[in-house]
Design a protein around this ligand. Structure first.
Ligand code: ATP
Length: 259
């Protein structure tokens, strides 16, 4: 079995069946592999199946065709080292921030004194060390999303799946969260799949940008982003950056007929 990849998506398809028997094939023949520690951005038109892809990789739903391997093992083996971050942080309002971070470990029955220390460390890493005992309603949207990221990281995931995590944030907060997530990723070394509607965010963060498009959705482009790390603001204004965004825009347009 191939353990070389953090994730292998092999010929994956997904068809939803509605109650009245209608079939909607959302993804078909998807094939791609993610190396350990890679940051892969995923872009595509609304409705192209990006969220479906992430949910299928996470094991939240099963593929109708093909298979997904995480570190060479089928997802149905109950792989625990995957964590997901959604657009909305969904923190429990009756628990303080550190107890929200610790929630996944409580669900698994693996919470220890050491995990509390680690949760505090994570909050400090995202600049919220002083807010551990506060509640989510006392935080801004960006701060809440940082707590949600800590909650995803507390179980030391090797694979972090992020579905438009910064989509609800204002442009300035989103910018600073991009720096934050780059730093977190470089510190933890986990592999990341990052869905976004922002092509520039996808390019700035990604080692690769995968474009999903068509009906049913398939991979229409997989572009390696050869920009130095760590990336700073200046990279957003480079000629190479602009070439990448133009190329990706053209792939999204080709599939939809928009040019
Ligand atoms: N649970 C479900 N049952 C039936 N159809 C679904 C389900 N989830 C998604 N779909 C359909 O699958 C298609 C793809 O949806 P999905 O949310 O994966 O796209 P997306 O690319 O993430 O969209 P967006 O960018 O707007 O978030 C849509 O037509 C949607 O209506």
């Amino acid at each position: 079995m191939n353990n070389e990849y953090a994730i292998s998506v092999n010929n994956v398809g997904k068809t939803y069946r509605s109650r009245d028997g209608q079939h909607n094939t959302v993804l078909k023949g998807l094939d791609f592999h993610v190396k350990p520690g890679q940051f892969v951005s995923i872009v595509g038109q609304s409705g192209s199946g990006k969220t479906t892809l992430l949910k299928t990789i996470s094991g939240l739903q099963e593929p109708t065709e093909g298979e997904i391997l995480v570190k060479g093992r089928p997802i149905r083996d109950g792989i625990e080292d995957i964590a997901m971050v959604f657009q909305s942080p969904v923190l429990l309002p009756w628990r303080n921030n550190i107890d929200n971070v610790l929630l996944p470990l409580e669900f698994r029955g693996t919470r220890t004194d050491e995990s509390r220390r680690y949760a505090q460390e994570l909050l400090e890493m995202v600049g919220l060390g002083g807010k551990a005992q506060h509640y989510s309603y006392e935080l801004s949207g960006g701060m809440q999303q940082r707590v949600a990221i800590c909650r995803a990281l507390v179980s030391h995931p090797e694979l972090l799946l992020m579905d438009e995590p910064f989509g609800a944030l204002d442009a300035m907060t989103r910018d600073s969260m991009n720096f934050e997530i780059q730093r977190i990723w470089q510190t933890t070394g986990c592999s990341v799949l990052f869905v976004t509607h922002s092509i520039s965010e996808a390019v700035w963060l990604g080692d690769r940008v995968v474009v999903v498009g068509g009906r049913p959705g398939r991979i229409v482009a997989d572009i390696a982003i050869d920009l130095p790390r760590p990336r700073g603001k200046e990279h957003r204004f480079s000629a190479a950056f602009s070439d990448y965004t133009t190329e990706i825009e053209s792939h999204i347009g080709v599939v939809t007929g928009i040019s």
